[in-house]
Ligand binder design. Sequence first.
Ligand code: DGI
Ligand code: FE
Ligand code: FE
Length: 199
Amino acid sequence: METVDIRKIRKKMEKMMDHKRFDHTLGVAYTASALAMCYQEDLNKAQIAGLLHDCAKCMDNEKKIAICQKHHIPITDIEQRNPFLLHAKVGSHIARKKYHIHDTDILNAILNHTTGRPGMSQLEKIIYIADYIEPGRTHAPNLKQVRQLAFTDIDATLLKILQDTLEYLKDIDSPVDPMTQQTYDYYMNNSRKKQKKED
Ligand code: DGI
Ligand code: FE
Ligand code: FE
């Protein structure tokens, strides 16, 4: 991988984001590093993806939509109705164009950090999980258990987070992105297959 100046990215994120979002960003980068140590994933990639994952979060919805239109990034029905979801797609685009990240695994980790996707790479899983469990998060249910599980069984953690997210969306009557549902179905299926093999 090409050399990327992590300190430079961190400084740029600090300038671009409000304090709360920057604290969250650092939390995700450090948590992703710890998970990368645990699962022998590339530490540099984990830090870069962690620092950049929400780089489009502080942008208003009109701007996110305009960037998608300008660069022919397709907007799905649910994204049109819930444009905050676009911060993942737009973030991945900005990481490539503005931060010159060309590693597809890092770009995918940013792209899929909100909904997940079936067949995620190890780095994608790490960012998805780090985003949910970083120390600054306080509201998610079962956080204590999920935080412990994250360092023992990565796929079980993924499934638990997806399950809790779907439940939360149902509770607040928020529409589910088909990708979130597909990701849950995929990992649920995997878990059942694994269980069957062990029986
Ligand atoms: O950007 P962050 O807040 O750090 O985290 P994120 O990008 O994972 O976004 C979290 C929010 O996304 C959380 O409130 C749940 C929501 N979310 C995840 N999947 C879906 C979703 N919201 C909707 N409406 N539909 C989804 O499928
Ligand atoms: Fe996000
Ligand atoms: Fe985040």
